[in-house]
Design a protein around this ligand. Structure first.
Ligand code: GRF
Length: 195
């Protein structure tokens, strides 16, 4: 049984979808939900799901990213995860942390990578006049939003689409894509899934 830790920063809707999917004959189970924000509402949702939680406020560490990561790592060492899922986690991780989980850390990004790494992905897709948008699950590597793609889901950009309307549609796709990719990943499948 693979042990999965999920890192969040906010509402944790992707975390809920992931945690709720890991049951029955699924080869993985959630063992920790950790946040860089102690007030993240996703922590309450994790507790309601019966998943152990941890919070390390990144603010006292200022620019000391390594110090924040050392505190986070202490919780991860106790949870002994086989896989880490970044789910709405809004901190950039140092190459040292990424290397510690090389080949077993996933992230979901709300664009069709390699298009639009970084922030404001929906506004950028609309501004570019793209006919479609979507989300990507990828392995996390030291370069931001650039690791091997494990899955993608596409959706048409409607006339008059706004970043908010597109984000809402893509989020529904995220909640389908991420659990499907995690299950395949936990089963050792690395070929990308396209929804
Ligand atoms: C989602 O758009 C996700 O793509 C991005 O963070 C946003 C919020 O995710 N990574 P969640 O509701 O906190 O899972």
């Amino acid at each position: 049984m693979k042990r999965v830790a999920i890192l969040i920063s906010g509402g944790g809707s992707n975390m809920v979808a992931l945690a709720a999917s890991m049951k029955g004959d699924h080869p993985a189970r959630p063992v920790l939900v950790a946040s860089n924000d102690p007030s993240a509402t996703g922590l309450d949702r994790a507790r309601m799901l019966g998943v152990p939680t941890a919070a390390v406020d990144h603010r006292p560490y200022g620019k000391d990213r390594a110090g924040f990561e050392d505190a986070l790592m202490a919780h991860l060492i106790l949870a002994r995860p086989d896989i880490i899922c970044l789910a709405g986690f809004m901190r950039v991780l140092t190459p040292r942390f990424v290397e510690a989980f090389k080949g077993r850390m996933l992230n979901i990004h709300p664009s069709l990578l390699p298009k639009y790494p970084g922030l404001h992905t929906h506004a950028r897709a609309i501004a570019a006049g793209d006919a479609e948008a979507g989300c990507t699950v990828h392995e996390v590597t030291p370069e931001l939003d650039a690791g091997p793609i494990l899955g993608q889901a596409k959706i048409a950009v409607a006339a008059g689409e706004t970043p908010e309307s597109l984000a809402a549609k893509v989020l529904v796709m995220e909640h389908r894509l991420y659990p499907a990719v995690l299950r395949r990943f936990a089963e050792g499948e690395r070929a990308p899934l396209y929804l």
